[in-house]
Design a protein around this ligand. Sequence first.
Ligand code: ZN
Length: 298
Amino acid sequence: MNKLKILLVLMGLFSMGTLWSAPGLIIQNPGNYPVNSAELNHHYQVAYDLFSREVGPLKVPLTISIAPRDCVRTGYNFVNNQVVFCSNERVINLGLDSVDVIYHEMFHAFICNFSRNLCGNNMRVDVHEGLADYFAHLINPDTYFGENFYRGLGYIREYRTTWRPGLVQGDHERGNAYASSLIQSRASLRSALRLFSTPPQPEEVEDIITGPSKSKLNRYRLKANEIMGVEFRFAPAAQVARVVWKLPPGVLIQEISPKSFRIKAAQAIPASKGFAIFLNRNGSELGSRTYYFASKFD
Ligand SMILES: [Zn+2]
């Protein structure tokens, strides 16, 4: 009888133990790609410790899939809830050598397993990206995100940026701006999650186009020597002082004022893109817009 009691108590302790420990890492490796599982488990444990301490414990294990069939791109797959590592000639060792990328992708999985409401069709991808970068920085605080990822490139991006969320376009760029200000304010991960409930940052720039009709996707077909006017209007809080352009060969620019320009294609140009870069008084880059140009023939 006493023995049974002891056994029941021990079983109780054991189940409590499993309740509070990490739900575990599953590594699927159908092609037996050489992987350092001990290292991945270590990264998982470090990441899970931070997440569970600051945000909350999870019940679902994390699944990592190494070079599965139809592997497209290293990253978190929001649909099948797996972190996948894919072979790519531009990427070193499927991305497995980049701890920042591993922690970034693990964060996406953790937050989706924590609350499915934060992931799905209308999710705030910019906030996801910013918090995932911030998460990687909390574990591995240094200047650069994503060393040892791309062949021939030292890193993917700098954590700190002068970009404003309202003046950049892509989710990673907006995320970069969020992560940068979280790093500056040394926010706790828990308080950083409030970004999910704040409304998206409104755009701080509008361009007034004359000549060709305005394109929402910034795609313009220009006849030879046709003039396209571009005037930028910025939110005063953004404090943009001037705009500089990086344009493809054959696309010419005339500055009317620091924020107003005339563009023309001097000749037939191949489809190409150019950038309007927004600078503050000190010449720091606050953001940019991409424009796509091609020739129009009568
Ligand atoms: Zn991401």
